[in-house]
Structure formats: structure tokens, C-alpha cells
Design a protein around this ligand. Structure first.
Ligand code: SF4
Length: 406
């Protein structure tokens, strides 16, 4: 099982909290898409000779900015280069302002069978605080439109913890998603990342700061509501109705290989992590002249071999955040020393009820979920070089617009 991620680094306008790689100028869009098409061909053996692709995820940026013809060119290249499973999950991230009737019809004609909609809130005040490009009304109408068009596999992103999001508004946002029967929900605590517009505005006193206690309270409310509504809390930020877990993101969390294409995209082959340059003109220029991928190391991409310590730390960090948890069997497979270390470090958390153990599977309790990152980092093994040269949270694959900081 393997997945492919395509990063489309363009957005209509910059959301104030965002620190992903994107450009608000579409001038290089055609050149960049041609470069992505070339990268698909050059890296066709990254996942092995004839890998079966179970999931494709178009993220960004805003992939819903692509025209039907642009999307189809990418899909045709993927289809001729790889073997896509007939039931592959093919997700496209979309913003509500892009999901007009014509775009929705075009997406229905395309191979896309799952939409991830960046809604964030149904409140105008929140959307202004975030500097989102859509209105609350567009948010509601786009959900109805995609459902009427026959998209059943839907996920929606919401943000909590903003100073504009009172508990009543937060309840209304979640309730609206539940009322519409959306089967999957991703919710992120608003995080003020360094060097973002939001950090600058707060520093200058032009935007209200974020309150960590409010974020924690709203996360607890969220867990109550989603549990009452019958959703599985299968990853710290993700909730699904039974049978609707995201297959693509689940494969990241389960440590399966994936190929990331496009500027800033990360890849994992089981032994090492690679990441592409986060610079559109350099990405395009390097690929225009490229005959082979390997020769572009350092210019276009970098790689890090995973040490045993790093594998263990990543495993604990990622899996403790999920319903799969950390298993004794997998920890032993990483090394008896790691297993012994984990058992020793987990003991206090077991005793104070932050972690539970059942048949060799260690999972966070509800209280532990609020302290996930701290519990994971307390269970890490020190590797001085790793801890100073890299940050496990930054290297976490997939998009994480906001993470927990309690
Ligand atoms: S949050 Fe999404 S739409 Fe907003 S700037 Fe970031 S990538 Fe673009």
C-alpha cells in the first residue's frame, strides 16, 4: 500500500495564520504544473518498480484553483506512470469560494472521489480574523452543492481557539457540520506560528491574542460532541464516522511509504525522509533541465536517513496521537532497548491515568490527549544531533494547519 501527495502551492489570498508553502501570484502556475508532471515521471520508481497506489492527495496551497484541464493533465500523467488501485481514495483540498457549480461539475467528471473543504468557521467574524477568502454564506452553500452533486466522501476543516470564536460559536460550527451529515471532520487549535501575519498583528496589538485555556476547553467540548454523535476520535485532530477514516493520512500515521511531489513536498521510502525545495522558481528551473532525479540532491531536494533513535521517536510521537496507539510488538521490533525505555517512561503516565494499556497497546486517555506532545517527548530517547538539527513536529508529514500547544 502506498500513497502519492501533490503539493499545489498557490492561493488566492494569504490566511493570517498560515505558514505553509504557497504563493498568491498565479504567474508561474503553468510552468509549475509542467514541472510537477516532469517530477512524476522522474520519480516513478521511488516507491518500487510497480507499486500499487491506494491513495492520491492533492493539497497545498489550494488545488481547487486548478482548471479542469490542468487537473486532468496531472491525473493522466499519474495514470500512465503508476498503477492506481481501482478503489483508490483520491482527495482534493478545496476552498468554499472555488466550489461554484461549474467547478463542482468538473470535479465530478474527474477521478476525485473525496473533497477536503477548508471551511474553518461559519462565522464572518472568525473568517475576517483568519483573513479567509470566503464568506460564511459561501461555506454553507458549497457544502450543500457538493452533496447535491453526489460527493459523499467529504471532510471539513474547522479551527477553534480564536479570540473571535466564543464557545457558542464553536458549538454552532460543529453542529452545522453534524447537521449536514459530513462523515469526517478535522479540527485544529489556532496556533500562532512565527513569521506569520497573525504573529505580526498580535505583536503590534492589531489582533487579539490566542488563549491556550480557551483552546483546551473547546477541544474538550469537541471531544464530547463528536463522541455523542458517534464519531471515532482516531487521530488527535481527526474524527470519522465508522468506515470513513482518511486512508491517505492514516497511511502517514501508520508509517507507510509515500511519494510527495511539488515544491516543499515530503516523501518517505521506509528508510529515509526527503523533502523538496520550498521555492517555486527554483523548483521549476531545476526540473526544466533535469534528466534524472538523483543528480538534483541539494539543489532540489534533501534527504535524511532515519537513525534507529529517530524512528523510535517518530513512532511514539505519531502513534500516541492515534487510536492505533503504540504496540508492544512494534516497539520490540524497533529494538528491545527502545521497548524497555518506553515501558520505563510510560509507567508514571499509566499510574496517573494519562495513558492506558490494553493487551499490549498503549493509548492516551482523554486527559492524556490534552498533553499528547508532552507525553510523547517525555518518552523520547535523546539523540543530541537529532534533537538540535531537526524538529520532529515540523517534519511531520501531511498538512497540519495548527497543532496542539497546551
Ligand atoms: S490556509 Fe490554505 S488557503 Fe489559507 S493561505 Fe494557507 S494554504 Fe492557502
Amino acid at each position: 500500500m502506498a500513497g502519492i501527495y501533490l503539493h499545489i502551492p498557490f492561493c488566492k489570498q494569504a490566511c493570517h495564520y498560515c505558514n505553509f508553502h504557497f504563493s498568491t501570484s498565479l504567474r508561474l502556475k503553468a510552468d509549475l504544473l509542467e514541472a510537477v508532471r516532469r517530477e512524476i515521471v522522474l520519480r516513478r520508481h521511488y516507491l518500487g518498480q510497480a507499486p500499487r497506489i491506494e491513495s492520491v492527495y492533492l493539497g497545498g496551497g489550494t488545488p481547487s484553483l486548478l482548471t479542469e484541464a490542468e487537473l486532468m493533465t496531472l491525473f493522466e500523467q499519474l495514470d500512465t506512470t503508476f498503477t492506481l488501485a481501482s478503489d483508490a481514495e483520491i482527495t482534493l483540498e478545496a476552498n468554499p469560494d472555488d466550489l461554484g457549480p461549474q467547478k463542482v461539475d468538473a470535479l465530478r467528471r474527474s477521478p476525485v472521489n473525496r473533497l477536503s473543504i477548508g471551511l474553518q468557521s461559519f462565522s464572518e467574524e472568525d473568517l475576517r480574523y483568519f483573513n479567509r477568502a470566503h464568506t460564511a454564506d459561501e461555506a454553507v452553500r458549497c457544502l450543500q452543492r457538493v452533496q447535491d452533486a453526489g460527493f459523499e466522501d467529504l471532510t471539513v476543516d474547522l479551527i477553534y481557539g480564536a479570540p473571535t470564536t466564543g464557545d457558542a460559536q464553536w458549538a454552532a460550527n460543529v453542529q452545522q457540520v453534524l447537521d449536514l451529515g459530513i462523515p469526517h471532520l478535522s479540527c485544529y487549535a489556532l496556533t500562532v506560528e512565527p513569521r506569520t501575519a497573525l504573529a505580526h498583528l498580535i505583536e503590534k496589538g492589531k489582533a487579539r491574542p490566542v488563549d491556550d485555556e480557551q483552546s483546551a476547553r473547546q477541544f474538550e467540548l469537541l471531544m464530547d460532541w463528536m463522541s455523542a454523535a458517534g464519531y471515532e476520535h482516531y487521530e488527535i485532530s481527526n474524527f470519522a464516522r465508522p468506515g470513513h477514516r482518511a486512508r491517505h493520512n492514516s497511511s502517514y500515521w501508520l508509517g507507510l511509504p509515500y511519494l510527495g511531489l511539488g515544491p516543499s513536498a515530503h516523501s518517505f521510502d521506509g528508510q529515509s525522509r526527503q523533502w523538496n525545495v520550498s521555492h517555486n522558481p527554483r523548483y521549476i528551473k531545476s526540473l526544466k533541465a533535469a534528466e534524472q532525479w538523483a543528480g538534483l540532491e541539494h539543489e532540489l531536494w534533501e534527504r535524511e536517513m532515519l537513525t534507529p533513535v529517530r524512528r523510535y521517536n517518530e513512532y511514539v510521537l505519531t502513534r500516541l496521537r492515534t487510536a492505533w496507539g503504540c504496540t508492544a510488538e512494534e516497539l520490540k521490533a524497533l529494538g528491545e532497548g527502545f521497548w524497555a525505555h518506553f515501558r520505563r517512561e510510560a509507567m508514571p503516565f499509566l499510574q496517573n491515568g494519562l495513558v492506558s494499556e490494553q493487551e499490549g497497546v498503549y493509548r492516551l486517555s482523554r486527559r492524556g490527549t490534552l498533553l499528547a506532545d508532552r507525553i510523547a517527548s517525555d518518552s523520547f530517547v535523546d539523540e543530541p544531533e537529532y534533537m538540535t538539527s531537526s524538529n520532529a513536529a515540523e517534519d511531520r508529514p501531511g498538512k497540519q494547519p495548527g497543532c496542539f500547544r497546551f
